[in-house]
Design a protein around this ligand. Structure first.
Ligand SMILES: NC(=O)c1ccc[n+]([C@@H]2O[C@H](COP(=O)([O-])OP(=O)(O)OC[C@H]3O[C@@H](n4cnc5c(N)ncnc54)[C@H](OP(=O)(O)O)[C@@H]3O)[C@@H](O)[C@H]2O)c1
Length: 296
């Protein structure tokens, strides 16, 4: 990286998507990645000064309040982190003339559809998390219409806290794992989203706005768990002998989740000439990247 390399500012670098991005951005740019203590999204106004001080060409916001159930009991903090802070970043990006990439979620939809949701589908979030993320999308695009808002879903990675790692823990401990089989989505890796994000940044002409981007295909949480079980069983000994389908009603959670989270990603594919991998292929890649030390 030379001293005149474009300066990038990445928020949320310790998270799943942020760390997948941080691992790749170094190849392209001089990147600052402030931690939560240096850039507190709970205090949105503090971000304005920070952006001004860095004067970046590109801002990527992968920070968010992602604890969907906890957001129900902490709506004020969830709103500051997911809506107000991204709004401030968007104002600062517009002022600095910086390119802004922000992430959003399938949980802005109510899941009543049975066809993949296009970007134009009306949003109707069922949860505090979904409502605050939707407000974030709107604030970002109102302040910075050139921003790219990437709506994705069912994100996981070989590290962090996510469905793959929860399933592995349960499958090691229990002879049977019960998993919801009436919510549909496309399991998407953080590494895939990092690739998709770089495709956005390599295109200079693309219009701003919301784009849907997930892995190709669809399954249920139970289908995802079965695919995880197959792959892990081939690599380590598991206590789990069967993955049992249950309904959402049998697995109550504080936040309601959409039954249908499948997103139509045509706009992203066409705009960025991007080919999406099937979710099972991404799972193979993620399982192969699970730290070997964990296979004892
Ligand atoms: N995970 C999913 O299934 C999913 C689905 C759809 C959309 N998305 C969206 O994708 C994006 C990335 O999600 P992810 O799964 O990578 O999230 P993640 O792994 O939960 O990481 C969240 C990041 O945000 C940071 N953060 C949280 N609260 C903060 C605060 N108050 N101030 C500053 N930073 C804070 C975290 O920092 P610490 O490490 O310090 O906590 C972490 O770096 C988010 O916009 C999310 O809404 C995720």
């Amino acid at each position: 990286v030379t001293s005149d390399a474009p300066r990038w500012l990445l928020f949320g670098a310790s998270g799943q998507v942020g760390s997948a991005l941080a691992a790749r951005i170094g190849e392209f740019a001089d990147c600052e990645a402030p931690s939560r203590s240096e850039a507190d999204f709970g205090d949105p106004e503090s971000l304005r000064r920070l952006v001004h001080g860095v004067n970046p060409r590109v801002i990527i916001n992968a920070a968010a309040f992602t604890a969907v159930d906890r957001a129900e009991s902490e709506p004020d903090l969830a709103r500051r982190v997911n809506a107000l802070a991204p709004g401030v970043l968007a104002e600062a990006a517009a002022r600095a003339g910086a390119r802004l990439i922000h992430y959003s979620t399938d949980y802005v939809f109510d899941g009543a559809a049975r066809l993949p949701y296009p970007e134009s589908a009306p949003a109707a979030p069922l949860s505090v998390y979904g409502r605050t993320k939707l407000e974030g999308d709107r604030l970002v695009l109102a302040a910075c219409p050139a921003a790219t808002v990437l709506r994705t879903g069912w994100v996981y990675s070989p590290g962090g806290s996510n469905f793959l790692l929860t399933m592995r823990r349960l499958m090691r401990q229990q002879d049977e794992v019960r998993v919801v089989d009436d919510q549909y989505g496309a399991p998407t890796t953080a590494a895939f989203l990092a690739r998709a994000t770089l495709a956005v940044l390599h295109s200079s002409q693309a219009p701003g706005g919301v784009y849907h981007i997930t892995a190709a295909g669809e399954t249920t949480w139970c289908g995802f768990a079965r695919a995880i079980h197959e792959r892990l069983r081939a690599r380590e000994s598991l206590a789990c002998r069967s993955v049992v389908p249950i309904t959402t009603a049998q697995y109550p959670t504080p936040a309601r989740r959409p039954a249908w989270s499948v997103l139509d990603c045509t706009r992203f594919e066409r705009t960025f000439s991007f080919a999406r991998e099937p979710w099972k292929q991404l799972l193979d890649e993620a399982v192969a990247a699970l730290p070997l030390a964990d296979y004892t």
